[in-house]
Design a protein around this ligand. Structure first.
Ligand code: WTA
Length: 653
């Protein structure tokens, strides 16, 4: 972490939004952005308090807008509201009652549309079923679902009755699910028989059955029927959603929640083996996701908005479900992924539904490039007016392709930098207000005081690399790590120690600011790697590998990959009696899939006799990174305990 961060990317191109785009945009000029930014900076309390009054519906008004006892924060203390009310009920009182809230496309070609009134009804039924199964305010509910409307419905139903949800990505294994359910002491799990992904069924309920053999707190499982394949239903514990919904009332008033009541827990990787349960609360999260959706995606009531993330990640929480619905938008959800039987499905869906705003990830863009431009060119994409990306730094080549082929040089691109921990987008263009540069997330959102500093908290110079930090509390910031307040402090607030009353939220990313103040995020500076936009802790994968009886020691690093950004490369020392061979390498890869999920499958396993370590025994990952990428080792090796290790590793590579 103390190694100097060097920035090599030089990119000079500037792209201005068209006059037409700016003229219709919510924030239409750089002056307007600067004015908002200055207002928020000068008086953040007034800025957020005015927005909270204008943009959200409240049952009770708050008495204290901001209570900041670093690093603990409370926003809108004393207030009462419900995010499910803000996403549903309030729109029923307007013309939006019969507007499409959710358009869903299933992978096999089925589709469903819910109006606000219909979505509200389903959420109320779901909430009443949860209550009937004994779920009370404050009980944690696990959600392990495919990308089907019931995922959004389940989240909103939990929010409605005040039960914090803990959504676990459907691609995680039974073991990963078990650990997350246990950490949250979940009382009930919502799942489906299975889901469709890349022409195959993901057997979710089977995974739940395995996980629950070791989760004593779960009393009931609510199962949505999606694929219809045969599954086990344990009498007394497992219930079909379609059965229980028959008998319940369609009226379920939204529970008045305190501003700081927990809305959800979402697990993310850090630099230890144990995932962190990031805690978000109700009011600040509602407000911040609401206003960022409105200004960054420039949402209009006539738009069809499509975010391709999975609801199992923060992007799905904030920008498929809560942000868009709070604004009364039409949000599109797709069950599957581009797949062999229909590689052009993305463009087909844009054409079919006349999608106006499209938000995806750089890794997806790179795989679209690989598939070839004939696929998007075969479809009518003229409805698109704005594009977005998230998840990792976007390489300028991918940005240009996205701009030319998908946006047809007409659509601004918002490159949005943020994290599970920040709940909402921190740095991004407001598309009608500012020019974009390929590869830069541009400027911070009004109210976000971001900077690039050294380890003492001093701002670094223009175009110098440093650590990306946030210097003032904002409404959607994480409140703590569930069950682990000490780790919350040490992971985020102590890397750069506070000075003169100034606290630094350490994001874990390296960045630089250019002469226009534009931010260029360079990637993680901790032991976290970003594979296809998914955050994975190297320690988590190492623990999984070491849990295999053949493995004595493991070190995992990221290695550059054309499509995924990074791929996992694992260096393995075997137990004495074991012999390295291809079969064992395959077995170890499969073992990681079982322990964590397919997203963590190592791309490469390298067997070795020793690992490069410092004299104090710390693995020197930067050397392994260079070896994995087959680069010259130019950095300092003087702290290496045994220099011959490097030569041996190089020979083996
Ligand atoms: C990376 C996803 C560069 C970054 C919303 C961050 C990005 C981590 C960008 C958070 C971007 C996300 N440019 N890097 N536009 N967006 N990242 O928690 O390293 O899954 O710290 O949240 O992704 O990943 P997470």
């Amino acid at each position: 972490m103390s190694s100097p961060i060097e920035s090599v990317l030089q990119e000079q191109r500037l792209f201005y939004p068209s006059l037409e785009f700016s003229a219709q945009a919510k924030i239409g000029s750089l002056e307007q952005y600067h004015q908002l930014y200055r207002q928020a900076e000068a008086d953040p309390v007034k800025f957020w308090s005015d927005l909270a009054t204008q943009e959200l519906d409240w049952f009770d008004r708050w008495h204290t807008t901001l209570d900041w006892q670093p690093p603990l924060v409370k926003w809108f203390d004393g207030g009462k509201l419900n995010i499910s009310y803000n996403c549903l009920d309030r729109h029923l009182l307007t013309w939006r009652r019969n507007k499409a809230a959710l358009i869903w496309e299933g992978e096999p070609g089925d589709s469903r549309t819910y109006t606000y009134a219909q979505l509200h009804r389903e959420v109320c039924l779901f909430a009443n079923v949860l209550k009937q199964l004994g779920v009370q305010k404050g009980d944690v509910v696990g959600i392990y679902l495919p990308m089907i409307p019931e995922a959004a419905i389940a989240m909103l139903a939990c929010a409605r009755i005040g039960a914090p949800h803990s959504v676990v990505f459907g691609g995680f294994s039974a073991e990963a699910l078990r650990d997350r359910l246990n950490d949250g002491k979940a009382k009930l799990v919502i799942t489906a028989d299975g889901g469709w992904r890349k022409d195959a069924i993901v057997p979710l309920k089977d995974q739940v059955d395995i996980a629950l053999t070791h989760v004593p707190t779960v009393e009931n499982v609510l199962v949505v029927q999606r694929t219809g394949q045969k599954i086990q239903m344990l009498p007394g514990r497992d219930h079909w959603w379609h059965d229980l919904k028959q008998g319940v009332n369609a009226d379920c008033p939204a529970e008045p929640m305190a501003s700081e009541d927990i809305l959800f827990i979402l697990y993310t990787s850090g630099s230890t083996g144990k995932p962190k349960g990031v805690v978000h609360t109700t009011a600040g999260y509602n407000l911040y996701t609401h206003i960022t959706t409105q200004w960054i995606f420039d949402l209009k009531d006539t738009d069809v908005y499509w975010c391709t993330a999975d609801v199992g990640w923060i992007t799905g929480h904030s920008y498929i479900v809560y942000g868009p619905l709070s604004n009364g938008a039409t949000t599109l959800m797709y069950e599957g992924a581009p797949r062999p039987s229909n590689p052009g499905c993305t463009w087909e869906i844009i054409e079919k539904h006349g999608v106006n705003i499209f938000y995806t990830a750089p890794t997806a863009i790179r795989s679209f490039i690989k598939q070839g431009e004939h696929l998007p060119k075969a479809r009518d994409l003229s409805s698109l007016r704005l594009l977005g990306t998230v998840g990792e730094p976007i390489n300028p080549e991918a940005w240009m392709w996205y701009y030319r082929i998908i946006g047809q040089e007409r659509c601004p691109i918002v490159d949005t930098w943020w994290q599970t921990e920040t709940g909402g987008i921190m740095i991004s263009a407001l598309p009608g207000a500012m020019a974009t540069k390929p590869g830069s997330a541009t400027l911070p959102f009004p109210g976000i005081i971001a900077d690039v500093v050294d380890l003492e908290g001093n701002p670094v110079g223009v175009n110098e690399g440093g650590y990306l930090v946030i210097k003032h509390p904002f409404p959607s910031m994480m409140r703590t790590i569930y069950n682990d307040p000490d780790r919350f402090r040490s992971s985020y607030w102590e890397h750069i120690p506070p000075k003169e009353g100034q606290y630094f939220y350490f994001a874990g990313d390296g960045a630089r600011k250019d002469e226009d103040g534009y931010f260029w995020v360079m990637g993680r500076v901790d032991d976290v790697i970003n594979v296809a936009g998914h955050r994975l802790g190297t320690m988590e994968i190492e623990s999984a590998l070491v849990s295999h009886p053949a493995v004595a020691e493991a070190a995992v690093v990221g290695k550059p990959d054309e499509i995924k950004g990074e791929e996992i490369c694992a260096f393995i020392i075997l137990e004495g009696s074991q012999t390295a061979n291809e079969e064992l390498a395959q077995e170890l890869k499969q073992h990681v899939v079982k322990e964590i999920g397919a997203i963590a499958r190592p791309g490469e396993i390298k067997f070795t006799d020793a690992l490069p370590k410092t004299r104090s025994g710390k693995i020197m990952r930067r050397l392994l990174r260079s070896l994995a990428a087959q680069q010259e080792i130019t950095s300092d090796t003087s702290t290496l305990e045994d220099r011959s290790v490097l030569d041996k590793l190089r020979e083996g590579a």
